[in-house]
Design a protein around this ligand. Structure first.
Ligand code: HEM
Length: 278
């Protein structure tokens, strides 16, 4: 659910207050989520701006499905669900395990490591890169893109347009390249997808690609980082995982051994922010 549209902060406030007064805090949020006449998902990143005439209008928004209002939201969401079904996602597991092992290998022998910036930060972009079919050497750029899109949200519009240029250029080039030589990845899947017998508008393809890159990277590196932080502060859980893989269903003996191989001495040096570059 995005922010209330500009004219309606009072309405949002009243809905939330009603929920709090009735001791059902989520009732107000739910009321707002269902009130699609007065509230829109067109802006989902918290910031001071409001959609302008440059933005794709509702119900599609700039990054479907997250920016789409009903009924288009369900359509845009259904469209990408096959890519996130258990089959294709489970098929990524060997690649992800190998990636994690390689990242741990790069830290071997170091007394102090930053599990946030040296490890967690690199897992999601590599996985999403593979899903979208982007070149491996571009990973550092994705960290920068996430930084531009999320952390620059409140920069003045003129600056934001300029900052967004490399993101636009990159994604347009990828779309063009995938149009020229389609392959088995999410970008080609979106380019081939159809709604009512028509291919998706290129703006839709572009917006969904950007969404997947940002949504998949920013959230997940924080979650991985937080999980490591938790383990660092809870040695019993850590030991449990390392000695009994059964207590952690997705943990195999080999991956816990790789994790423990690394000398994580200074937990306080980790960085958990969503910031990608300094
Ligand atoms: C720990 C990891 C993650 C967390 C905590 C998380 C959290 C969320 C939340 C809260 C939303 C709803 C936002 C809203 O309705 O305004 C959302 C939507 C979404 N996320 Fe994630 N996410 C995670 C990982 C991912 C990954 C790995 C991907 C893709 C590779 C992804 C793709 C999406 C997409 C496409 C949507 C839009 C869905 C829709 O509008 O129906 N997310 N995520």
């Amino acid at each position: 659910m995005g922010r209330p549209s500009s004219a309606l902060p009072g309405r949002a406030h009243r809905s939330l207050r009603r929920g709090l007064v009735s001791r059902e805090p989520t009732a107000g949020v739910s009321e707002i989520a269902k009130d699609t006449t007065n509230f829109t998902s067109r802006n989902v990143v918290i910031g001071n701006g409001r959609p302008t005439e440059l933005d794709l209008p509702a119900p599609i928004g700039v990054a479907p499905p997250i920016t789409s209002d009903p009924p288009f939201h369900a359509i845009a969401r259904r469209l990408i669900l096959p890519a996130f079904a258990p089959g294709p996602i489970n098929a990524l597991e060997p690649m992800i395990r190998e990636l994690c092992s390689k990242l741990l290998d790069t830290m071997a022998g170091e007394d102090v490591v930053n599990a946030g910036t040296q490890y967690a930060q690199y897992i999601p972009p590599s996985v999403i890169r593979g899903m979208l079919g982007f070149p491996e050497e571009d990973i550092e750029q994705f960290l920068e893109f996430v930084h531009i899109i999320l952390e620059g949200i409140d920069h003045p519009e003129e600056e934001r347009i300029i900052e967004f240029e490399p993101v636009e250029k990159y994604f347009v080039a990828q779309i063009e390249e995938h149009m020229d030589s389609p392959r088995d990845d999410l970008t080609s899947y979106l380019l081939n997808a159809e709604l009512d017998g028509q291919n998706l508008a290129l703006e839709h393809v572009f917006g969904t690609m950007v969404l997947i890159l940002v949504a998949g990277i920013d959230t997940t590196w924080s979650a991985i980082g937080s999980a490591i932080w938790h383990l660092a502060h809870n040695p019993r859980t850590w030991r449990g995982w390392s000695t009994s893989p059964i207590s952690c269903p997705s943990q195999s003996k080999s991956s816990s051994a790789s994790t423990l191989r690394s000398p994580w001495h200074d937990w306080s040096s980790m960085t958990w922010s969503t910031r990608a570059v300094r």
